[in-house]
Design a protein around this ligand. Structure first.
Ligand SMILES: Cc1cc2nc3c(=O)[nH]c(=O)nc-3n(C[C@H](O)[C@H](O)[C@H](O)COP(=O)(O)OP(=O)(O)OC[C@H]3O[C@@H](n4cnc5c(N)ncnc54)[C@H](O)[C@@H]3O)c2cc1C
Length: 414
């Protein structure tokens, strides 16, 4: 594996960067693995990475039907935060933020994690009560958060229009929140997993599960059957399709969720600014593009486009909150298929089939959880017992009623 250092950069620069080795191999699938991970998004790759590096299981394959990072991992608006309401969520998301804080060093790959601070705007008395309740809960969980006045918001975001149709009445600030570069996260984990012995197999679609005596023993794929002792499915928007293949139902609905980026501008937006109330999310990439998160369509679908009305609504909200952007041109728009649960919390779980595990239901906000999700999922698969942080996120909570309702922190938010 190429080791990135100042010296390797200089050495390769002298040779016009022609000698860098490939970042990961492209092996043929073996007939048997200890663990197969279905889905080569950031969560799947992170799971494989931690299986190999922390759990000592290196005979692992990641099977990706297209190319790694081509799903939601490469389509999101890269917001990272841990300001969720309930203790279970705080444990999971802050475990992630702590891992984010050392991730570039751990992977020796610059994931461009930038803790630029995240403002969550409140536009109504109800919003103020919600951030009040959540902010206090976050404090009790030892996670940083501050209430800020409209004047302070104006200081941080001088171009904001505080007195718009839904005036800005205050905000919740998480200074440790921010962004990371999504592609770099995928590539960093892929490179690390590959170096630890994991086979990353692209263009390999899983079309069925091989199940004997209610125990998974392998998968059927577009490249033939591959046997495994354990299988972990991390297929985001297609998780309920995968569950159906295994013979049970996963309580998920799948919606297209859109994002847009503008033409590049000079540095202007220092923080991530989110508004659930008018539904406008904005940050600025290092290239200068405004990265704008829109909402999901109102109906379920697998079309990776999304409705035009959603773009219109989002841009109306952006123009009203930030009139300075009225003449900015949008460059690109896209959607990803997000897998949404009724309590807006993820599912990290054993399933009715022995040795078959699912990690899904991250909806509109799983990018931020990538390191923590992969980490606790890997330990759960390795031990055969759910990691204590993952335990409350079982799919069986929808039977027991022990829901983790993050409707306010996560329903429409990224
Ligand atoms: C527009 C948009 C904006 C978002 N913004 C944010 C944000 O700002 N912050 C945040 O925290 N989250 C955000 N999210 C959510 C976040 O992107 C996802 O929760 C996260 O990326 C999920 O990662 P994953 O690895 O589970 O999924 P994916 O990256 O989608 O990976 C799943 C993989 O499984 C593969 N797959 C599916 N079926 C099969 C099969 N049968 N065989 C083999 N492979 C299969 C797919 O091809 C895919 O590559 C956003 C999502 C979208 C769409």
């Amino acid at each position: 594996m190429a080791h990135f250092s100042v010296f390797s950069l200089v050495r390769n620069a002298l040779n016009y960067h022609k000698d860098w080795p490939r970042q990961w191999r492209s092996p043929e699938p073996k007939s048997h693995y200890d663990v197969i991970i279905v889905g080569g998004g950031a969560h799947g790759l992170a799971t494989a990475y931690y299986l190999a590096t922390e759990c000592g299981i290196t005979n692992v394959a990641v099977l990706e039907r297209a190319w790694i990072g081509g799903g939601n991992s490469g389509r999101n608006t890269t917001i990272v935060r841990s300001n969720y309401l309930w203790d279970e969520s705080a444990a999971l998301y802050d475990h992630s933020v702590k891992l984010w804080e050392g991730l570039s060093q751990e992977l020796n790959y610059n994931v461009m994690f930038s803790q630029r601070g995240l403002l969550h705007l409140a536009h109504s008395v109800h919003d103020m009560q919600e951030i009040g309740r959540r902010g206090s809960a976050i404090h009790l969980n030892g996670i940083d958060s501050e209430f800020v006045t409209p004047e302070k918001v104006k200081e941080m975001v001088p171009f904001i229009n505080l007195n718009c149709r839904y005036p800005v009445m205050g905000a919740l600030l998480q200074r440790r929140g921010g962004t990371a570069l999504h592609d770099a996260v995928v590539w960093g984990y892929a490179r690390g997993a590959d170096a630890a012995g994991v086979d990353i197999i692209q263009n390999c679609e899983v079309t069925g599960f091989k199940i004997e005596d209610n125990t998974v023993v392998g998968v059927e794929t577009s490249r033939g059957d591959i046997m495994a002792n354990k299988v972990g499915v991390v297929a985001a928007g297609h998780s309920s399709v995968m569950a159906e293949m295994a013979g049970f139902r996963m309580p998920l609905e799948s919606f297209p969720l859109q994002a847009l980026v503008s033409e590049p501008l000079k540095p202007l937006v220092d923080n991530v600014i989110m508004s659930n109330g008018v539904h406008a999310y904005i940050s600025q990439s290092d290239k200068g593009e405004l990265v704008i998160g829109a909402s999901s369509d109102a109906y379920t679908s697998y079309s990776q486009r999304g409705g035009f009305n959603v773009i219109e609504d989002t841009l109306q909200a952006i123009c009203e909150l930030y009139p300075v952007f009225k003449r900015v041109k949008m460059m690109r728009q896209w959607a990803g298929i997000v897998d949404v649960t009724v309590d807006r919390s993820p599912i990290i779980t054993k399933t009715p089939v022995n040795n078959l595990y699912f990690n899904c239901g991250w909806g509109t906000g799983g990018f931020k959880a990538t390191p923590g999700s992969g980490n606790v999922f890997a330990h759960s698969i390795a031990r055969g017992e759910m990691h204590p942080v993952a335990e409350p996120f079982s799919m069986f909570r929808f039977h027991s009623g022990a829901l983790i309702d993050e409707g306010a922190a996560a329903a429409v938010a990224h």
